[in-house]
Structures are given as C-alpha cells and as structure tokens.
Design a protein around this ligand. Structure first.
Ligand SMILES: Cc1ncc(C[n+]2csc(CCOP(=O)(O)OP(=O)(O)O)c2C)c(N)n1
Length: 310
C-alpha cells in the first residue's frame, strides 16, 4: 500500500496541474478539430520534468520528444506560446510550423523522430565541454526509443568523449502499442553499464525525493563532464496520441492507480483545490486570449524567422 504523498510547493503543483489541464484541453480540441495533426499527452508523467526543472541551470539545454508539452511547460511556463503554436496563432513559439512535436527556442529543441535527439545532444554537450561552460545537455527519451540505433552510437561517443549529457528515460512500460517486455531485451541499467555510464532508477513520484536523489548526478555531469542516465519507471495515463489506446481496461486501470494525481489530491485537498483554480484560470485566460489572435500566415512566418539561427 502506498503511503500518503508528501506536500509539494505550490509552484511545483501549479506547474504539474497546468500541464495536466492544458493537455486535457488539447485532447478536447483535437476531438473537435480545433487542432489538426496529432498530439501526445504526458498525463501521469508531469512530475518528471517538474522535479527536474529545479535541478537544471538556466543555460542547460533540454532536448525533448513527441510527448514533450510537459517538458516545455516545466521549463518555460509558456502556456500561450505553446497554445499559439498548436493553434497556428500569432505569438506561436515556433511560428506555427513546429506544432506539437517540433519546438525550438534557445536552449530547447524537441523532435517527433525517435532517436534523433541523442546525437544532437552529444554534440551540444561536447560544445559545453570544449568551452568549459559547466552546463549539461538533457535529453528525454522513452523506453521504445532504445530500439533506435542512433541511441547507441550517441551513447558510445558520449562515454568515449566524456561529455556532460544526462539522458532521462521515461519508461512508461509501452511504446505506442507495444509493451516494453515485447520490444526490449535486457535492461536499461545493463545498457548503461555496457558503456560505463552512471545510472540511476527512480520508481517514486515524490518530486522532493527525486531531486534529492539526482542533484549530485546533475552537478557531477556538469562539473566533471560525464554522461549519466536516469530511468524513471512511470505510467502513461492517457492514450498514445489523440485517442488510440491498445491497452486492456485492466492495464489502463493499473496506470490510473499509479497516477500521482488522485493520491496527491486526496492527501492535500485544500492545496489542490486552491492550485486547481489558479491553474484553471490561467489556462482559461490563455485560451481566450490566444483564440482572439490572428492566424499566422506562411509568408509572415518566413519573415519572422528569417535569420533566426539560434
Ligand atoms: C523513427 C521513428 N519511428 C517511429 C515513430 C512513430 N512513433 C511515435 S511515438 C512512438 C512510440 C514511442 O515510444 P516511447 O519511446 O516508449 O515513448 P512513449 O510514446 O511511450 O512516451 C512511435 C513508434 C517515430 N516517431 N519515429
């Protein structure tokens, strides 16, 4: 039986709840056709980037993946910029061309192509090392992304060149429709050991404990220029993308039971009520404001981003 979750700071809870309510809105908008294309939510996994945000320095570089809204919102809190991106409205963080999966701003890059980010992250980390900047490149990947050869090439070079790379594995037990047990032989720990890369596994959702467990590893990666892999055992509460869920009702129920939110809301009712209403208001205001903005047109977009080589 799980013990009651310990209280988190209001701003951490706000960050987690904003992401959750934001993504629930996205699923609604996808259903009504307000947003086009696909979108992947991190419902149930929000605590990971929120926990890690306090361990990151402003100049560290974050590389995200297809399920990246939580990574972006934990880092920048920029609800309107991301929403405008998804709705193709002015003020979109990436001019409306990136959509849900391909976001770029200084110090942040996401890609929907599995395995694409790690070689780039190694290059960024190598640059940090060469300039003695004491920063790290942090790349999020899922368990399914260990099926990509580029991951192994990147880890090989990261270990060989000893670069400040932190790989954050969000192991939610499934890759689209394929359970981890059906796509991964061996373990992530053994893969890290094969490259001589330090590794930690985190099973809990308590963000203060996560920070305490990982603080030294992040500092060590920056200071001594070393790669490090942290594997989070986590659960995807929502569908893979807009509505596709190949799991059985029982498997979905198990994911819901492991979700950090219901237990937290039950243990900390007054705080949750208060922060929920702040998150709701911020989100409703953002939606109303962004919906009033004009659409981004393609020529304007090109002009806005001309010479934007950052
Ligand atoms: C190179 C590549 N192949 C296939 C896909 C299609 N695809 C998108 S997400 C996904 C599953 C990813 O699983 P995982 O890495 O475990 O992350 P999760 O979706 O569970 O967060 C797949 C196969 C892709 N985006 N890129």
């Amino acid at each position: 039986m799980r013990s009651d979750p310990s209280a988190v700071a209001d701003d951490d809870l706000l960050s987690m709840l904003l992401t959750r309510r934001f993504e629930e809105e996205l699923l609604r908008m996808a259903a009504t056709g307000d947003i086009r294309g696909t979108t992947h939510t991190c419902l149930g996994q929000e605590y990971i980037p929120v926990a890690l945000e306090r361990l990151l320095h402003p100049d560290d570089f974050v590389l995200s993946h297809h399920r990246g809204h939580g990574h972006y919102l934990a880092r920048f809190g920029d609800v309107t910029g991301l929403l405008a991106e998804l709705l193709g409205r002015q003020g979109a963080v990436c001019g409306g061309v990136g959509g849900s999966q391909h976001i770029h701003r200084p110090g942040y890059l996401s890609t929907g192509v599995q395995g694409e980010s790690l070689p780039i992250a190694v290059g960024i980390a190598l640059h940090f090392k060469r300039r003695a900047l004491e920063r790290c490149a942090v790349a999020y990947i899922g368990d399914g992304t260990w099926g990509e050869g580029a991951v192994y090439e990147a880890l090989n070079m990261a270990a060989l060149w000893s670069v400040p790379l932190v790989v954050v594995v969000e192991n939610n037990g499934i890759a689209q429709t394929t359970p981890t047990s059906a796509h991964m032989a061996g373990s992530i720990a053994a893969r890290a050991a094969a490259f001589g890369i330090a590794y930690q596994r985190i099973e809990g959702t308590d963000i203060d404990e996560i920070r305490a467990d990982l603080r030294m590893d992040f500092n060590e990666s920056r200071k001594s220029s070393k790669p490090f892999i942290v594997e989070f055992v986590t659960h995807r509460v929502g569908p893979h993308s807009k509505g596709d869920d190949a799991r059985t009702a029982q498997q979905i129920r198990e994911a819901e039971l492991a979700d950090w939110y219901p237990a937290y809301a039950f243990a900390h009712q007054a705080q949750t009520r208060e922060i929920e209403s702040i998150a709701r208001k911020q989100l409703d205001d953002a939606i109303e404001e962004v919906r009033r903005r004009p659409l981004v047109s393609a020529p304007r977009l090109a002009a806005e981003h001309a010479g934007d080589g950052e």
